[in-house]
Design a protein around this ligand. Structure first.
Ligand SMILES: C[S@@+](CC[C@H](N)C(=O)[O-])C[C@H]1O[C@@H](n2cnc3c(N)ncnc32)[C@H](O)[C@@H]1O
Length: 206
């Protein structure tokens, strides 16, 4: 098992590095000077770190992470919580990021409601999307391979584009923009795990 985990980690690292570069390019475009950013389900904190080091970052950015699992090496300051209610006032942050977290949450709709409640301006959702041949199976394989080495439990439940849009309609948000296909990974990987399986939405809080 240890051998399998270290093999999966070594495969994951270059794929994750490319994902970080693509995601941080997308997120940084939405940030403004002095923004307070909450990264819900920040994991290792490397996305927050990539934003803080990005050449196009605005000035005086603050990034704070929320997690259900403590990781000893988290790259940004992090608060551990129960995974249900975010312990912050309404509009406590300018921007909330929830990147590949909702499909891990026991109640994703409630978590997204919480993200909207504590954000003053934007909620940035990166997640998966069921779209295309054997999409559910390809996503299960991707999710397992990416999360097993880090002991992150997977629920193997993913939404379609129509389901994402239906959830957003039930929230006090306006969909400012969305990407329904993403070249998130290195070239060969996108063919099987990228493109229409990947989804990114910029939600404006009303
Ligand atoms: C696939 S990782 C994504 C990590 C990070 N967002 C990134 O983009 O690299 C999913 C993370 O979500 C966390 N998580 C799962 N359920 C959560 C919840 N209800 N609230 C916050 N984090 C949660 C897991 O502990 C895990 O670190």
């Amino acid at each position: 098992m240890r051998l399998l985990n270290s093999f999966l980690r070594s495969l994951h690292e270059p794929v994750y590095a490319r994902r970080l570069a693509v995601l941080s390019d997308l997120v940084v475009q939405e940030l403004r000077s002095g923004d307070r950013v909450l990264d819900v389900g920040c994991g290792s904190g490397r996305l927050g770190q990539a934003l803080l080091r990005h050449p196009d970052r605005p000035e005086s950015l603050i990034v704070h992470g929320m997690e259900t699992q403590r990781r000893p090496d988290c790259a940004v300051p992090v608060t551990i919580y129960d995974g249900a209610s975010l312990p912050f006032e309404e509009g406590a942050f300018d921007v909330v990021i929830v990147a590949d977290v909702l499909h891990h949450a026991s109640d994703p709709n409630h978590l997204l409601e919480e993200c909207c409640r504590v954000s003053r301006r934007l909620v940035l959702v990166k997640d998966h999307k069921i779209d295309g041949w054997l999409a559910q199976w390809r996503l299960c394989l991707l999710d397992w391979a990416a999360n097993a080495p880090y002991d992150v439990p997977c629920r193997y439940r993913y939404a379609t584009l129509a389901e994402w849009r239906e959830v957003f309609e039930s929230l006090p948000v306006h969909v400012k923009s969305e990407l329904v296909s993403m070249r998130l990974y290195p070239a060969g990987w996108n063919w099987f795990f990228g493109r229409r399986l990947q989804y990114f939405a910029v939600l404006e809080v009303l």
